[in-house]
Design a protein around this ligand. Structure first.
Ligand SMILES: *Cc1c(COP(=O)(O)O)cnc(C)c1O
Length: 370
């Protein structure tokens, strides 16, 4: 939806300088290892095209998306020296399209590997790919049985120009979790056991994995969330800059007497005379219903509670304590800000910052600050 300035129910500002700062910070931590970027799901809801352009300007050359469709969109906006890796691999039967758009699949299973091998044979040239092995996620990547088959028969990857062996961490944000070391060991074992992977560059770390230290860095990391300002280490201060700033617009205010229900189901009732502000953001905009009676907003630096259920298109705030000058129709209230970060909103919504960002809807007026 095309948005005209001043008309939308809310304004989402995306700070591309902050993304670039975050990229430099992560790259600094990685030292000699390369820093790729996960830009799947429209760069975590923030807009894949401006985000990849900002990252390319910081010399990022390795971009990870989930779907081929996402790859095709950003391919047009990236120079040829940028590699685009499709983490789900090729959609079945669409291997040729992947090649046509100069994208590199992550091969997650033997069937994917065999389909890519078949295309290489047909094309009579070696075709690039990353191979993923499962080290504990049980989601994607070659299983132990598939690894055994590959170990026994190196021709399964014949004609495939393997660029990296990769795996994915289960709980990297939880630094004390022993699963991190177990996965690291499993990954290192696989790297040496599979003949076709010996000497191959490797990639293991997501954002949080970078903060687990040098052993986890290998040759390339694939951060996503941290680029967009989400805290990478549970229980520790966040060294990254906030990227998403969301402001909702007041539609109207009203004064209600004591003992008046607000919103669907009257899940909140006033205990005294109360001023309610209605703001044009709802669960259809990704302002989750689980924030009902739990969320907060800030007006002129003052925290105000969200009261009542979140509606599809609106939320209601108890603004009794706020001066009337800040409550005019059209005035903006802070929903995601330095005072109320993506991670704090997520905690109140009983989810993670990733879900808050990727849920941000299509009705906002979006501005990109450089
Ligand atoms: C999403 C994803 C990433 C990025 O993870 P963050 O936690 O956002 O840094 C890296 N690797 C894989 C395989 C992913 O699916």
């Amino acid at each position: 939806m095309k948005q005209v300035a001043g008309m939308a129910g809310a304004v989402l500002r995306i700070d591309l300088q902050a993304i670039r700062y975050n990229y430099r910070l992560l790259r600094g931590l990685l030292g000699a290892a390369k820093c790729g970027a996960a830009v799947k799901a429209d760069a975590y809801g923030l807009g894949a095209v401006p985000v990849v352009q900002a990252l390319y300007a910081e010399d990022c050359r390795d971009f990870f998306v989930a779907h081929l469709q996402e790859a095709i969109i950003i391919r047009e906006h990236l120079p040829a020296d940028a590699a685009i890796y499709v983490m789900h691999g090729s959609p079945v039967g669409h291997e040729a399209e992947l090649l046509e758009h100069s994208c590199t699949p992550v091969l997650n299973s033997l069937p994917q590997m065999l389909a890519w091998r078949a295309l290489a044979q047909k094309e009579q040239r070696r075709l690039p790919a990353i191979v993923q092995v499962d080290t504990g996620m049980a989601r994607m990547g070659l299983s132990a049985v598939e690894v055994q088959q590959w170990q026994a028969d190196a021709s399964l990857s014949e004609g495939i120009d393997l660029q990296y062996i990769m795996s994915h961490l289960v709980s990297a944000e939880d630094q004390a979790n022993p699963v991190n070391q177990r996965q690291l060991q499993a990954f290192n074992t696989l790297r040496t056991q599979i003949p076709a992977c010996q000497g191959l560059p490797a990639s293991l770390a997501n954002s949080s994995g970078i903060f687990l230290g040098k052993d986890f860095h290998f040759d390339m990391a694939r951060p996503g969330a941290a680029l967009y300002g989400v805290a990478p280490v549970a229980g520790q201060a966040n060294p990254l800059r906030a990227v998403a700033h969301l402001q909702g617009r007041i539609i109207q205010t009203r004064e209600i007497p004591a003992d008046t229900g607000v919103g669907y189901g009257s899940t909140w009732r006033s205990s005294q005379t109360t001023r309610i502000a209605t703001v044009g953001v709802g669960y259809a905009d990704g302002w989750m219903r689980s924030l009902s009676n739990r969320g907060i907003a800030h007006i002129a630096g003052q925290a105000v509670p969200m009261v009542g259920n979140v509606s599809m298109d609106t939320i209601t705030l108890d603004v009794t304590a706020v001066a009337a000058e800040h409550l005019q129709p059209g005035a903006l209230v802070e929903l995601i800000s330095a005072d109320n970060t993506v991670d704090q909103v997520a905690a109140r919504a009983n989810t993670i910052g990733y879900e808050i960002l990727t849920s941000l809807g299509g009705r906002y007026e979006r501005t990109y600050s450089n």
